[in-house]
Design a protein around this ligand. Structure first.
Ligand SMILES: NC(=O)c1ccc[n+]([C@@H]2O[C@H](COP(=O)([O-])OP(=O)(O)OC[C@H]3O[C@@H](n4cnc5c(N)ncnc54)[C@H](O)[C@@H]3O)[C@@H](O)[C@H]2O)c1
Length: 337
């Protein structure tokens, strides 16, 4: 008995890396899977149908059920055909996992319009395309699961303005779906994943370090370690299952063996005037009122390193092999002047 017996899932970008691990685990947990992958280079160029077909063969190899799809998620009509393919092959669709992604990293001042658009098209429009078509079915059948890959880069990766904007957009899209579809028993959650894939191979500092230390690329070292992209899959399988019915509209970090619940923006301090502010007043009062936050809130993208830096003594063992940590409830300093 698997956690997903009888369910049908569409996983985009499932031919490699994180998506492949997700497709394999969903199938092992009993789901029939549409394995979508365009089979592109990291930049989004080129196409290779064998990439999706290979994962289908792996799934069939352990007795699972899967079909391949090699169209692009960036194509609105193609996303509709992916959903139809699930229904034609397996009779229904219950789960969509949006993983397909490309990179065109460049500093903002060097970025071309084409580099901007290509990344927005695959990540943000592609996620919309699949959510749109799937949500029509989910609403009719009064059940569904949407699981979208965002990224820590959404919070300000400096060399990735296109990718950061797309991944932040995916958070907004996911939360909108969560609020709109909960009445139909549909949940939508976003995952900020990690894993040493070819995407990580493309980060010069990480590539150079592992090449120097081990003579191998990060993606060649990942299997079976905390960096294995397949480590993201169990969280996704949980979110796809009946057991996660009440988990809706959250952001999760899957950082190595950490499953982190991320906070979402909230008002942490406010200054309220009885009149429209003057600029002079703001020059005087804003630095004073928010000084603590200006010092402590930075545009964090290094959540994994932040977890690594948590002192040993702050972890609580909650079951054998599992430790828990929670931020202090009031991390925002004194409320007095
Ligand atoms: N690897 C990480 O540490 C990391 C961190 C944060 C977020 N992510 C996100 O996780 C997802 C998977 O990343 P990965 O590292 O496994 O990358 P990957 O390059 O190994 O896999 C991505 C797959 O998507 C496919 N793809 C690209 N464009 C497509 C399109 N238009 N239609 C269909 N398929 C397409 C590619 O062919 C590739 O097989 C991406 O959305 C990425 O942004 C990854």
């Amino acid at each position: 008995m698997g956690m997903l017996d009888g369910k049908v899932a569409l996983v985009t970008g499932a031919g490699r890396g994180i998506g492949r691990g997700i497709a394999l685990l969903l199938a092992r947990e009993g789901a029939a899977v549409v394995v979508n992958d365009l089979g592109t280079a990291l930049s989004g160029e080129g196409k290779d149908e064998s990439v999706a077909q290979q994962v289908v063969r792996e799934i069939e190899g352990f007795g699972g059920r899967a079909v391949a799809n090699s169209e692009s998620v960036a194509d609105y009509g193609a996303a509709g055909r992916m959903v139809e393919q699930a229904v034609e092959a397996f009779g229904r669709l219950d789960v969509v996992v949006n993983v397909a992604g490309i990179l065109r990293d460049r500093m903002i001042f060097n970025m071309t319009e084409e580099e901007w658009q290509a990344v927005l098209d695959v990540h943000l429009k592609g996620t919309f395309n699949v959510c749109k078509w799937a949500s029509v079915r989910f609403r009719e059948q009064r059940w569904g699961r949407i699981i979208n890959m965002s990224s820590t880069s959404a919070f300000g990766a400096p060399g990735q303005p296109n990718y950061a904007a797309a991944k932040a957009g995916i958070i907004g899209l996911t939360l909108s779906c969560a609020n709109a579809l909960s009445r139909y028993n549909v949940t939508a959650n976003a995952v900020l994943p990690s894993g040493w894939t070819r995407m990580i191979d493309s980060i010069p500092t990480v590539r150079e370090r592992t090449l120097q230390e081990y003579g191998k690329l990060p993606s060649e070292l990942a299997a079976g370690t905390e960096r294995d992209p397949a480590n993201v899959a169990p969280l996704v399988a949980f979110l796809a299952s009946d057991r996660a019915q009440s988990v809706n509209g959250y952001l999760f970090g899957a950082f190595g063996y950490n499953i982190a619940l991320m906070s979402q923006p909230k008002v942490i301090k406010t200054l309220r005037a009885d009149h429209r502010w003057t600029v002079e007043e703001l020059c005087e009062i804003v630095p004073r009122a928010f000084a603590h936050e200006f010092e402590t809130i930075t545009n964090q993208t290094g959540f994994s390193s932040a977890i690594e830096a948590i002192p040993e003594g702050e972890w609580i063992e909650v079951m054998p092999g599992v430790r828990f940590w929670a931020t202090k409830l009031e991390p925002y300093g004194e409320l007095t002047w």
